[in-house]
Design a protein around this ligand. Sequence first.
Ligand SMILES: [Zn+2]
Length: 396
Amino acid sequence: MTAPTSAAPQEGVWVDVLGQPAAVTALRRALAQDELAHAWLVVGPPAVGQQELVRALGAALNCAEPDAPDLGCGRCNVCRRMAAGRHTALLELEPKGAGYLVDDVRSEWIPAAMHSLTEGRRKLLRVRGADRMNEAAQNAFLKVLEEPPASVLWVLEVEDEGALLDTVVSRCRRLDLVPWGLEPLRERAAGLDIPEGRREALARAALGSPSRLEALADPDVAAARQRHLDVIDRLATAGPGIVVPLAKELHTWAKGRSTVVKEANAQELARIEEEFGVDERGRGWPPGLRNQLKRTHERTERQAQRQALDLLLDDLASYLRDLVSIASGGGSAELVNLDAEAELRRDAQRLPVADAVRALSAVAQCRRALDRNGNPELQLERLLLQLALPIYAASA
Ligand SMILES: [Zn+2]
């Protein structure tokens, strides 16, 4: 058992929740005082510990041998299955398509909430991306929020609560999650396969996101980051003719990242076909499974490509922010891309600070265009052009 450190309220079942001491403290206090709200609105950037937090809460509520009301033991069968997301008192919901529809709430959520527990004391329903409920779904959901079954606890995870109706928000207790600080990122970096000499640089380059840090631990992603940080240099040295081929090159890498997922999906498909004895004409599939699998596979392939594009945009944005920081006299300690300091100081001479600020909005604009399913390669071309023009103007 890890001894609790002075600042981090990590012990027992909470030991897996890194980077969110304030949220853990708030939850543990509510548990200890037996004042747990029946619905929590967890607000924060994606993947900063939502899963670990919800599962630790589920374990604390259902642990077979709790050390205290706020402290699941972390050792018993219940705690271990909760931590792995495999306990029947924990239901983790995620949107099947673009968002949640009223039918999801009526035919899945409400029955799940009403169904009595087969094991454990308190049922936890975790709604990932709850800000993707449409209005009809939210209105249907309000009914369970108004008259919650006593044994049920809802956790709604959102990036921005602005997408939810005030009536939903006002019935939940809010819990804020924050980007990780450098300390937990360093700790996580030490646990990943990152060479010791690279840990500090990558912990900073992770931008507060443990999932970005995990991605950067992959040598292919780390190499791509170096290429992304070279974009300004390549635009400056190669002239306007590079914009189109460079956009193609960057997009090709992002597409390639989904190839790995595609191959894994194809293998899964083959394995399941074999399991059910599906013949060459596609007969033998259990009803509905083929379509469900197809939708899941398409979604994971789209997500992989989008995640790769987000890595690129995060790299570019962090580089531009560093340029702005240098131009306004910031020192090395403030740089995200500490490992590219020499390049940053060189490029700060090439891109005037006002244009670096404008380029940052161009990156945000590109991200929004991708959210709306804009053609990635065209959007990248547009972005690179917006980056390139002020560089050429400054050197002319
Ligand atoms: Zn336990």
